[in-house]
Design a protein around this ligand. Structure first.
Ligand SMILES: Nc1ncnc2c1ncn2[C@@H]1O[C@H](COP(=O)(O)OP(=O)(O)OP(=O)(O)O)[C@@H](O)[C@H]1O
Length: 569
């Protein structure tokens, strides 16, 4: 295996036993046979060697969400104790080994999100212990055998294989004449049959009867039949060609971050596929955001990123896994990622009140009274403090540091009680290259927030984030967008406008008239801090840690919840 992350450094060839290697557990006792191989999400590359079949005591093989390729070896069926087989989210090709029915202890079979093709072996029907079957998003074709345990699974086990048919997915298999037909399976499955001799006899009779009827039909309608079949064949051929164009993508992928969601990938994919215009929450520079409601009422915000010519899926997904590990109370946490044929979907926790931009511009209504809720002074201080905490975490606690690049009030989302959550982290870097990045952010409405050196060079740094944070502070104080016409028409931005008023000692003119509870002491602190953050010289701006310390000292006692806030992350 190729191990780019060096996750398998403990795997030393000359160790007496592999039982202490990462991802390996052995049976208790003397024989030390391998019981479990658990190596998901490790970016492993390579093939699954046929020698896997020698692990006779193997009970769980979990290699999901790696980059393995090649075929699934037939020898795997020798692992007769295997209970759980997770190969989801790799690049396996070829078919499912026809002898898979030998794995008589198998409870879980998850081969979804690969590039597997061919027929589904009927020997799966013999796996009487099987409880979870996931063959979704592959290229399987033909009829799903309606036999044994295979009869008990529904469409959710087979979705995303456009050429499958059968009762389980409510799609009849048809001939070119339109009659239902039993399609031959790819492998002859002798082992499945012995217990069913009498039913085989019945089947033979049935086939003879159908054949006789067919011959009769041919004799009666020979002329018409010949004409009809050619016509239908032509139509069928055209249909297949169109279908291929509609499904050009190699494979789909589903990754969850920060623990499992309480939903299966089928449930999520089903919901993703049903998102439509009615569910749109908004759209930005990178795609459209939808509200996704699960059947039990669970809510997610889903950002749909249409496939363009940006980074490859592999690079994108590798970076996402890093972003997916980031977790902080003041960041919008990413819960999952799904790649389907047309789009990539980033699935986030839903932050209920919407953006700070909405809040400052009167778009938030009270639940019961429908009255517009405007953040008061204590709310605004709380938003400043929480945002500083989230940014300081990205800059100083993450390694390597994460530059957000797109701090603005539309990317500060508010949860209940006006708790701020920074959204869109890492996307600017992930979705557009350095050159394009600042052009995109300018277009995306970030203009007034960008530090002068970022505008000039297009290179974002932690200090350009500090500048944007300073602009955000001014927005909180003034209630005006940084590109408000009242200062743009005077040739100023919000920084120039505030500075001009302060020079004239018109402190009161700076403050948002609608904001209740402003106290002069903290107002002065915030304005001074905003001035330092928006200093034209990046080196003279404070770091986010310094900003946070100052806000903690000066502002925290005035926010509603300073006890609660007194612990980091
Ligand atoms: N996790 C979320 N919870 C609730 N609403 C969200 C969430 N993420 C985004 N939204 C809503 O969707 C809208 C669009 O978000 P999006 O991040 O795509 O655009 P933007 O922030 O306006 O622009 P940009 O792409 O430049 O960041 C936001 O204004 C916000 O109201």
């Amino acid at each position: 295996l190729d191990d780019p992350k060096n996750a398998l450094s403990s795997w030393q060839e000359f160790d007496e036993t592999p039982c202490r290697w990462t991802g390996i557990a052995c049976h208790p006792g003397d024989d030390q046979r391998v019981r479990l191989i658990n190596l998901p999400y490790m970016q492993l590359e390579g093939i699954l060697s046929p020698s896997i079949g020698k692990l006779s005591g193997l009970q769980r093989l979990a290699l999901h969400e790696n980059s393995l390729h090649g075929t699934i070896p037939n020898e795997l069926a020798n692992c007769s104790d295997l209970r759980a087989l997770y190969l989801r989210g790799n690049f396996f090709q070829g078919g499912i080994p026809s002898n898979i029915g030998n794995l008589s202890s198998l409870n879980i079979l998850d081969l979804s999100g690969n590039s597997l093709k061919g027929a589904i072996p009927s020997s799966i029907g013999r796996l009487s212990q099987l409880q979870i079957l996931n063959l979704t998003t592959n290229f399987f074709s033909g009829e799903i055998p309606d036999i044994g345990v295979l009869s008990t699974f529904s469409k959710y086990s087979f979705e995303g294989n456009s050429d499958l048919c059968g009762r389980q997915i409510e799609k009849p298999c048809r001939t070119s004449l339109g009659f239902p037909v039993v399609l031959p399976h790819a492998e002859s499955d002798q082992a499945a049959v012995p217990a069913k001799r009498s039913s085989r006899y019945m089947k033979v009779l049935l086939i003879y009867a159908i054949a006789l009827m067919g011959v009769a039909l041919v004799m009666v309608l020979s002329f018409l039949w010949t004409r009809l079949i050619t016509k239908k064949e032509r139509a069928a051929k055209r249909y297949t060609e169109v279908k291929k164009q509609v499904h050009p993508i190699a494979s789909a992928k589903f990754i969850t971050f920060r623990g499992n969601l309480r939903y299966t990938s089928f449930q999520i994919i089903e919901k993703l596929e049903s998102l439509n215009e009615e569910n749109i929450l908004g759209s930005g520079g990178y795609g459209t955001v939808y509200l996704m409601e699960m059947n039990d009422g669970g809510l997610f915000a889903v950002k749909r990123i249409d496939r363009g010519c940006e980074v490859s899926d592999q690079v994108f997904e590798r970076e996402l896994e890093i972003l997916g590990r980031i977790k902080h109370i003041n960041l919008v946490n990413m819960r999952a990622y799904c790649r389907l044929a047309s789009s990539r979907f980033l699935i986030y926790e839903y932050v209920v009140l919407g953006s700070l931009d909405d809040a400052l511009n009167g778009a938030i209504q009270a639940k019961n009274t429908q009255e517009i809720v405007l953040p008061n002074w204590s709310d605004r201080l709380r938003i400043a403090l929480g945002t500083a905490r989230g940014l300081a975490y990205l800059h100083h606690e993450c390694s390597p540091e994460i530059v957000h690049r797109n701090i603005k009030s539309r990317n500060i989302l508010l949860a209940e009680c006006m708790d701020p959550h920074i959204s869109d982290l890492g996307l600017a870097k992930l979705l557009v290259d350095e050159e394009e990045a600042h052009v995109t952010t300018v277009v995306a409405g970030t203009f007034g927030y960008l530090a002068p050196e970022f505008l000039q060079s297009g290179r974002a740094t932690v200090k350009s984030d500090v500048y944007s944070f300073g602009v955000l502070l001014l927005e909180l104080v003034t209630g005006k967008r940084p590109t408000d016409p009242s200062f743009v028409k005077r040739g100023l931005n919000v920084v120039g406008w505030v500075n001009a008023l302060l020079r004239e000692n018109k402190l009161n003119d700076v403050v948002d008239k609608r904001c209740k509870g402003v106290d002069a002491g903290t107002l002065k602190v915030i304005l001074e801090l905003a001035a330092r953050c928006t200093d034209g010289n990046a080196d003279d701006r404070p770091s986010m840690n310094e900003v946070l310390q100052l806000l903690k000292q000066e502002v925290m006692p005035l926010t509603m919840d300073f006890y609660e806030y007194d612990s980091d992350s």
